[in-house]
Design a protein around this ligand. Structure first.
Ligand SMILES: Nc1ncnc2c1ncn2[C@@H]1O[C@H](COP(=O)(O)OP(=O)(O)OP(=O)(O)O)[C@@H](O)[C@H]1O
Ligand SMILES: [Mg+2]
Length: 264
């Protein structure tokens, strides 16, 4: 069996505001801090991952749009961030036009996969793809390109409802464009220990999904929500805060599971 050297993880949930981008930024930062070479691909026209990592719009010379349409390589579009070992292919509003422009092309779902299949792109040990909150062609490109999907799930009443739809989509993706797509894991976000409902959601999700759910719970934490306005990952903004510590713990769980998977 060949064990691929890099791991492409798509961070997806069609629900908005569940912590996809926050997880992409802080998990990537934590992995980079451990010494991995990490790339974020910002596939959301909102560009929150790019902004949250301090990449000014004026500095986004090339973007994930250019990569998807094939006019630039990942290496050409990637920008180094202030975090050592962490680069990002930023997003621009051009992405809004991608779906319309590319709808007739037979390989429209495989554009990102193709772009990430180059030697330069494979130098990143982890590629985290931040998706928009919908099942559109951008998310499909992310799912077709990925080895696995990491799902942030907000600890709230409707969490499970949205999740079944997401799991159904992943199973459709397996039947069509990516048979080996794995579920990397489910991470519970914005957990508030004082809220009984949140406790109930955690226990429901664990009952339904068992070991796919990470042990780490990401707490609701003001420092985590402040960090993007300073263009910094929470881990750089305030390393000691509970949210940063949780993301470091999540990174070590991700790495531990990768070791187990490679050993299996
Ligand atoms: N652990 C946390 N504690 C406090 N606030 C958080 C936490 N995680 C995320 N947030 C805040 O919640 C909001 C939504 O988070 P985020 O942007 O990461 O979600 P998203 O799923 O990427 O959203 P979208 O679907 O719009 O892309 C942001 O304002 C973010 O700062
Ligand atoms: Mg987002």
């Amino acid at each position: 069996m060949t064990v691929e050297k890099n791991r492409i993880i798509t961070i997806a949930n069609q629900k908005g505001g569940v912590g996809k981008t926050t997880t992409a930024i802080n998990l990537a930062t934590a992995l980079a801090a451990i010494g991995e070479r990490v790339l974020i691909v910002d596939l959301d026209p909102q560009g929150n991952a790019s902004t949250g990592l301090g990449i000014d719009r004026r500095d986004r010379k090339f973007s994930s749009y250019d990569v998807l349409v094939g006019s630039r390589s990942v290496a050409e579009a990637a920008i180094e961030t202030a975090v050592p070992n962490l680069a990002i292919v930023p997003s621009t509003l051009d992405l809004l036009g991608f779906e319309m422009e590319i709808a007739q092309q037979a390989d429209r779902v495989f554009r990102l996969k193709k772009a990430l299949a180059t030697d330069d792109a494979r130098r990143f040990t982890y590629v985290l793809v931040d998706c928009p909150p919908s099942f559109n062609l951008l998310t499909m490109n992310a799912m077709a390109a990925a080895h696995s999907v990491l799902v942030p799930l907000q600890c709230e009443f409707f969490a499970l409802e949205g999740l079944s739809q997401l799991l159904e989509t992943i199973s459709q993706v397996r039947q069509t464009v990516n048979p080996s797509l794995d579920i990397q894991g489910i991470v519970l976000t914005m957990f508030d220990a004082r809220n009984n409902l949140a406790q109930q959601v955690v226990s429901d999700v664990r009952t339904h999904l068992g070991e796919k759910v990470y042990t780490t719970l990401i707490p609701r934490n003001v420092r985590v929500s402040e960090a993007p306005s300073y263009g910094k990952p929470a881990i750089l903004y305030d390393l000691k805060c509970a949210g940063s510590q949780a993301y470091l713990q999540l990174a070590s769980e991700v790495i531990q599971r990768e070791r187990q998977r490679k050993a299996a």
